[in-house]
Design a protein around this ligand. Sequence first.
Ligand code: MN
Length: 200
Amino acid sequence: MAFTLPNLPYALDALEPHIDTKTMQIHHGKHHQGYTDKLNAAIDGTPMEGQSIKSLLRSPATAAVRNNGGGFYNHSLFWSVMSPDGGGSPSGALGDAVASSFGSFDAFKEKFAAAAGGRFGSGWAWLIKKEDGSLAITSTPNQDNPLMDVADEQGTPLLGLDVWEHAYYLNYQNRRPDYVSAWWNVVNWNEVARRFDAAG
Ligand code: MN
């Protein structure tokens, strides 16, 4: 059974002006579609066919699965943790955990933005829940993610930010920090909280 490109949970222009329509069209319709198609090609006719994406990513068997399976998973998560009704700050158990782990929500944002800005070249910044239940901020290169055994720090991704140039270049050119600042306005904390609760 092949993986399929998930539909966006909002219109292509819904995240304007923070994320522009053209970037969303290309990012979802071309880049994410490409990762999906190449992942399917990489597992087609192999024993990997039929495995869950998380199972494929734990210890990726090939570079094609690592890059394209990571791309498939990471972008599926990315669309879901954004919303035109997003922004603000997390409440409830997640809000408490963020405050106690990082000192305050503002301190969390600062550390997360530093992880996003400090990733040289292409990659992702993450908020993860580790196996011991603690929260951590980490970053991965390319399409790696914290589910992979090759990641510096492993855990369940709760929030991910794509810092590949294809995610922001049309609107922000080389100004990655401006993209990161604007992105907070569309973060879907309800979905991040759901993932936090589901991670046990
Ligand atoms: Mn991307």
